[in-house]
Write a protein that binds this ligand. Structure first.
Ligand code: EPZ
Length: 416
């Protein structure tokens, strides 16, 4: 399958943003702790969610999906390992580790897969779980964990890692005593996980700040939770409009979650209005280059929006500089963008984009999730037809991207 986009025409339409992938995945892992039923609304239809469903089913949970609601009954969970094939399918498989350990006291996993963005170690995840009482051995590619005694403790993260923060929150949710997670990640998805855990009866506070405290509790509950809107999907749609020009309404958004992206688009010259969960954007032909973009942990500019912003900045008048501070190798889309006529130079973590060169449609390949989204954004602003392959990467994080782009008025279709 390929995504065919006939670009060069203005967008005009409205689209709704689906639930956040990076919220729903840890919350699905957390559902193990409920030892009962979780009803999760606004669950996006993504292949990474399918992988989570497969993991939960393997673990012995009953999972049912109806529209955008997923019902998970974790009462009968009877495994504490995850097969290598499932682990390799996505990075987030590793957040099951903290939840499994908290529930069963043991876990056997292998190293997780996920987007190739440079080395993505899990040393901080393991450090945090050790603080909470896990003995962990790494033998022949297997991570073998056994809990000595669940016990709250103080975890000092040297990097505000999203996944390590989530794993620590999950395991601490069943640890007697108090856990403090210092230098915790502050992403909105961490707050969403906290909200879900609070519904389980866990005394957890501080998400959204650098210090999270957890007082573990062991209640069984039926929990109902609605996933927050996906801020990176919302950003991508807005950047698509910036690339192609035109006007659009983007619904089901939480504007403060992607305020940095909105600010950059305003700086470039887009008109943006927000009201409640709606964003209206109008972009003329003459957008201008913006100040250097440095990706940072939240509330800084998100690394996940860097590739689609780079694609949009190809249409900005002047030179835009990017510094990718989170991942070592997150410029794999650059070579593909050059096939469309982009003038981009990279040196290590820095990329320099010389905007407003004429872009033309081309056959390009998505090699990771947000890099794939960047190709779609660039294709919308390029003259003629682009054919994007490697859709399996895009489908991990965007629900039916071709449909969403068509709702925005694009000539986009998925074809053989
Ligand atoms: C999460 O990945 C997101 N994934 C990523 O989204 C996102 O790019 C990233 O956070 C940063 O915002 C999910 O939430 C499922 P990290 P995660 O641990 O948790 C280093 C997307 O496109 N590090 O915060 O894996 C690491 O190498 C994806 O949706 C260690 O050194 O990111 C990186 O340089 C891709 N040791 C930095 O920390 C560790 O044990 C931040 O990574 C863990 C991380």
């Amino acid at each position: 399958m390929i995504l065919r986009i006939n670009g060069g025409k203005k967008l005009c339409g409205s689209v709704a943003v689906h639930g956040a992938k990076n919220s729903v995945l840890p919350i699905m892992a957390a559902s193990i702790l409920a030892e009962g039923e979780s009803v999760i609304h606004n669950c996006p239809d993504l292949t990474d969610v399918d992988v989570s469903i497969n993991i939960l089913t393997y673990l012995g949970c009953k999972v049912k999906r109806s529209g955008d609601t997923v019902y998970i009954d974790s009462t009968a969970m009877n495994h504490s390992d995850i097969p290598d094939a499932l682990m390799r399918e996505m990075r987030s498989s590793v957040v099951f580790l903290g939840a499994i350990l908290a529930r069963t006291g043991e876990a056997v996993l292998t190293y997780p897969g996920g987007c190739e963005l440079g080395p993505r170690p899990i040393d901080l995840h393991l450090m945090a779980l050790r603080v909470l009482g896990a003995d962990i051995e790494e033998i022949g590619g297997k991570i073998i964990c056994k809990v000595r005694k669940l016990e709250g403790g103080r975890i000092e993260l040297p990097i505000a890692s999203v996944g390590a923060t989530e794993n620590a929150m999950l395991m601490a949710s069943r640890c007697p005593g108090k856990t403090v997670i210092a230098n915790a990640a502050r992403e909105p998805e961490i707050e969403d996980l906290q909200n879900y855990l609070q519904k389980l009866g866990v005394g957890i506070h501080g998400a959204g700040t650098a210090i999270i405290t957890v007082e573990g509790a062991g209640e069984k509950k039926i929990v109902e939770h609605t996933i927050i809107p996906d801020r990176i999907v919302a950003s991508t749609y807005a950047l698509a409009v910036a690339s192609a020009g035109g006007r659009a309404e983007i619904n089901n958004v939480e504007p403060r979650h992607f305020a940095t992206v909105i600010d950059v688009l305003k700086e470039a010259g887009c008109d943006i209005e927000t009201a409640g969960d709606r964003l209206k954007i109008a972009c003329g032909k003459h957008l201008k280059a913006v100040r250097p973009i440095m990706t940072c942990p939240y509330p800084g500019f998100p690394t996940d929006a860097q590739p689609p912003l780079m694609a949009a900045s190809l249409k900005f008048e002047g030179t835009t500089v990017f510094v990718e501070n989170i991942f070592e190798n997150r410029y794999r889309h650059v070579g593909e963008l050059r096939r469309m006529g982009a003038d981009i130079r990279t040196e290590g973590r820095v990329a320099v984009i010389c905007g407003r060169k004429t872009l033309h449609g081309a056959s390009v390949e998505a090699t990771d999730l947000r890099g794939g989204a960047a190709l779609a954004v660039a294709a919308l602003g390029a003259e003629g037809e682009s054919r994007i392959s490697g859709l399996k990467h895009i489908d991990r994080g965007y629900e039916k991207l071709e449909k969403a782009l068509s709702e925005l008025g694009a000539d986009a279709a998925r074809t053989e």
